[in-house]
Design a binder for this molecule. Sequence first.
Ligand SMILES: Cc1cc2nc3c(=O)[nH]c(=O)nc-3n(C[C@H](O)[C@H](O)[C@H](O)COP(=O)(O)OP(=O)(O)OC[C@H]3O[C@@H](n4cnc5c(N)ncnc54)[C@H](O)[C@@H]3O)c2cc1C
Length: 573
Amino acid sequence: MLRSLQKPPLLQMSREALKIVIVGGVAGGMSAATRARRLNEAASIKVFERGPYVSFANCGLPYALGEVIKDTDSLLLQTPESIKRRFNIDVEINTEVLSIDRRNLTVDILKDTNDTRKVSYDKLILALGAEPWQPQIEGLSAYHVFTLHTIPDLESVRDFISKNKPKRATVIGGGFIGLEAAENLQNLGLEVSILEYASQVFLPVDSNIATHLHDEIRKQNVKLFLNARIQSVKAPSAEYPGAVILQDGTSVPTDLVLAVTGSRPRTELARQAGLELNEKAGGVAVNPYMQTSDPNIYAVGDMVAAHHRISSTTSPLLLAGPANRQGRLAADHIFGRRRIYKGNVGTSVCKVFDLTAGSVGLSVRALRALGKDPQYITVHPPHHAGYYPGAQNVTMKLVFEKMTGKILGAQAVGKAGVDKRIDILATAIQGGISVFDLEDLELGYAPPFGSAKDVVNMAGFVACNVMRGDVEIIHEEDMEKEMENGTNFVDVRSRMEFMRGHVKGAVNIPVDELRARVGELDIRKRTVVYCWVGYRGYLAYRILKQHGFESVVNLDGGLKNVVEGGLVRLLGE
Ligand SMILES: Cc1cc2nc3c(=O)[nH]c(=O)nc-3n(C[C@H](O)[C@H](O)[C@H](O)COP(=O)(O)OP(=O)(O)OC[C@H]3O[C@@H](n4cnc5c(N)ncnc54)[C@H](O)[C@@H]3O)c2cc1C
């Protein structure tokens, strides 16, 4: 459907300069500032940044730590001088906004710890970001404990490493920053441990996808402690080597601790100014134009609670893309362009050593926590034509509504091609297309780049087969119950594959022999067919169904899901 192009309203080019004050000079703040300038040459635009740098790429910090990014200056995208030259925007660094006087439209600022003054605004944009959050743990303020949120944080860790030459590092937190930091500390030659409070790392994905990451982390000789309950952190001293002590008594020796245990929206300034907050989820409440409860004040980025397009709840989403886009929208609205923020879908991607993990929308776990009962399928196709050298399997889990096929989320893990597929599905979700459209999606193909039936098409085919009733599936999480109920498991792989490992109690009838040997199976008994990735199981399902088996199901994603999803206990001799 074509949408007619809306003509933007005439720009306000009046002689009277609108005074725009922006608090926070990184992703959201600088996007708002430069967009405002592009829309209006006359406006007075001032940015106050309490740190020593403006417009820096904090997403590159883990890689600068590991010296993958060799020149830290390349993280400094702009300076106050370059911004002044190009955009005629006044940026003051080392300048903190202390309070907002909404009645008189002023902010109180503190520059370089001693110079205070009032600055007036017509429109105020808050882009204060999020504050690193740390749990209450004894010893977490010791001299060898750091976080990684800003360039000064990076400089502190580096300084400690160069002076103390630590051999062992412990990363507390298995979110994306923790995972990136762990890999980069290992790049520096340190022995690394990761301590994660939850039962899995990288929470946007379900546990069976996270299991791939756990295996990779351990394969890379990083010690991974899940469900880790930390009792205390002991700093290294002349008498005692440093360690992190867990409540179960485990001592993790360490000379350096990086605590990256999450962040919380910075809402204190907004709270003191009496702006409405989202008390439940955290974050400043905003409308789709990014206006707070005071129409002269906007808030963007990590500090806001925005609408989530899948859950229909509002919550903070601490990612750079949304912060940048929200900054643009706030500036647009100030100059009469009423474009709305359509909401978050949580598209995220993370390098975990040699794997990439990606996610968009909601996981099955998150949907269930909202009381939903989604359907999902798993495929494992190669990221480009299998016959072209270097093909790597992508494990993709596609989550959708049982009744409509609406896509609710996707997760993927693999050595290559994950980011591209997650981005396609992010586009699909935001475009409102369903699993039925994925079947028909025309994507670029040449052997080095993809397949004539791309990973996303394959996921669409399988999802549509399920939606249309061409196949019924169970998941690996259902298998134990099936086993208890005495279900017949039929392994339709070759004899060799069967001998290498199979489901407890399964019989082996290779799919190519199934038509001839169908009489060996009890037609009245519920039967689970399975192969390695799900395709031969699907063929077997179709054969058995057409031979009159009423209760037959295929194991979604095949035995690979069982083995790589961490359910090896279901395998038999
Ligand atoms: C190590 C690291 C890696 C990351 N990697 C990724 C990634 O790969 N992908 C991704 O999407 N996101 C990533 N993020 C998250 C991303 O950087 C943030 O979501 C994004 O920067 C948020 O933008 P923001 O403008 O809301 O806040 P920020 O970019 O944090 O900027 C807020 C600024 O406001 C300033 N400030 C706060 N209070 C005041 C005050 N009172 N007065 C003046 N100034 C103030 C702060 O000093 C800060 O510089 C990463 C974050 C970190 C820390």
